[in-house]
Design a protein around this ligand. Sequence first.
Ligand code: ZN
Length: 205
Amino acid sequence: MNNLDKLISLFESFPGIGMRQAKRFAFHVLTMNEVDTKELSRLISELKGSVLECESCHLFFTATKGNPTMCNICSSANRDHNRLLVVERDSDIQSIERAGVYDGLYFVLGGTVPLMNKEPSSKLRGGKLKATVEARMKDGLSEIILGFAVNPDGENTARFVESIIKPIENSENLKISHLGRGLSTGSELEYADPETIKNALKNRQ
Ligand SMILES: [Zn+2]
């Protein structure tokens, strides 16, 4: 495989990118000037070193000073540490934070459990969720909100998360609610507008 084909196949592995788009990206890179291609490769190669993963919610964040282990949401005393909203991906958190209607904590599961899959993907942070819930319960965590899309895969993911939480000691004291049931069918948090997110939170069941 030559370098161009390698680059096309890498772009093709990006979420939501097919072969045709991957080719367009690769050919676009060929038309970029040298300054931009150098900057692009520098940003990509330095990204992992400058962006950290929060040890509590697993959100990626840019460290400003020192070497913090938690993002500024998890480490903030101004957030409500009694509530934990479990979402599929980082971008869901960005949408909810933009709406400015939620002041609790988050957990990024890292994907969904499609209805057709027998085994959840190893990329999902099931074990880490259990650890975070256990640790947070000592600090007063009382409610877990499941923030998945209203579709069969979202419902299946919610069942997967419930199966992780239920065996935790004293988890009967945790209230589990579903954010998605306040959204319309098929809608995803990532694309929801602030008003929809606000209503979904208010109407969670
Ligand atoms: Zn965090």
